[in-house]
Design a protein around this ligand. Structure first.
Ligand SMILES: NC(=O)c1ccc[n+]([C@@H]2O[C@H](COP(=O)([O-])OP(=O)(O)OC[C@H]3O[C@@H](n4cnc5c(N)ncnc54)[C@H](OP(=O)(O)O)[C@@H]3O)[C@@H](O)[C@H]2O)c1
Length: 248
């Protein structure tokens, strides 16, 4: 991969996206840092003049398209887009809350599509680019008390697979990032023990390394990713037996 000069990162105001943004900014890249919280993005800009805060709610398709198009035309090209923004909220069908299911899908899946609506045409026009989509190992299976989140990440995974195939002829490289538990404001909300919880800096190192490699998926930590991948290929009755034991 050639040196990355221009990057767009969604969800740059905290957690994984913020950490990735700081890494690319330190390397000297021009980075479009996206999110809704202006203050958090401006705080990054005070340290790095090469940071371009882009404030929009990615569930608003017109706003997402306009803001990303404006950034690309102001910097002239887009080498890499990391579509990372997402949300998680525990859900439980025993206390079914439709709005939670809808809002998680709206952000994680449709929000990503809204960004792709500007990113794909920009990369198609320049005849190259890399898109990295942040899914989750939670997308491999349906985990108890995380049905909405797992469904949104499974949808993203299937989408990313097809994008990889369909966009290759346009010289657009598409990658899937599947993190396990990473310590961020998103997981700080969890009230259970998170196996193999990873530091955000280590996670962003893995992601950046994965983006430069010639492979479709970067999943980490490996032990957790392979454990969940194994559950996904077990006969369903075996998997459901195990999943029922996880229900709190
Ligand atoms: N942490 C983990 O263990 C873990 C594991 C697997 C996958 N992931 C995935 O990694 C990604 C980043 O998660 P994180 O842990 O870094 O969480 P985080 O610290 O809560 O960051 C989430 C980011 O998404 C942005 N965002 C959320 N809703 C948005 C919206 N409607 N419009 C625009 N931006 C929005 C937030 O920005 P604003 O609030 O400023 O809008 C924030 O910057 C997510 O997709 C998450 O599902 C995380």
């Amino acid at each position: 991969m050639e040196k990355i000069k221009t990057v767009l990162i969604t969800g740059a105001s905290s957690g994984i996206g913020r950490s990735l943004s700081l890494r690319y900014l330190k390397q000297g890249a021009t980075v479009g840092i996206c999110g809704r919280r202006t203050e958090a993005l401006e705080e990054i800009r005070t340290q790095f003049p090469n940071a371009h805060p882009i404030v929009f709610d990615m569930t608003n398709k017109a706003e997402a398209k306009k803001c990303i198009e404006r950034f690309v035309s102001s910097v002239g090209s887009l080498d890499l887009a990391i579509l990372n923004a997402g949300n998680h909220k525990p859900t439980d069908a025993r206390d079914f809350d439709l709005e939670s299911y809808i809002s998680i899908m709206e952000t994680n899946y449709f929000g990503t599509l809204n960004c792709l609506d500007a990113v794909i045409p920009a990369m198609k026009k320049q005849g190259r680019g890399t898109i990295a989509i942040v899914g989750s190992v939670a997308g491999y299976i349906g985990l108890p008390q995380a049905g909405a989140y797992c469904a949104s990440k499974a949808a993203l995974m299937r989408l990313t697979e097809t994008l990889c195939v369909e966009l290759e002829p346009l010289n657009i490289d598409v990658k899937l990032i599947s993190p396990g538990f990473v310590k961020t404001p998103l997981t700080d909300k969890n009230d259970f023990d998170m196996p193999l919880l990873m530091d955000v800096k280590k996670a962003s190192d893995r992601i950046i390394n994965g983006i430069t490699q010639n492979r479709f998926e970067t999943a980490f930590p490996r032990r957790l990713a392979w454990g969940l991948k194994t559950l996904a290929i077990l006969p369903k009755f075996v998997f459901l037996h195990i999943a029922k034991k996880m229900l709190r």
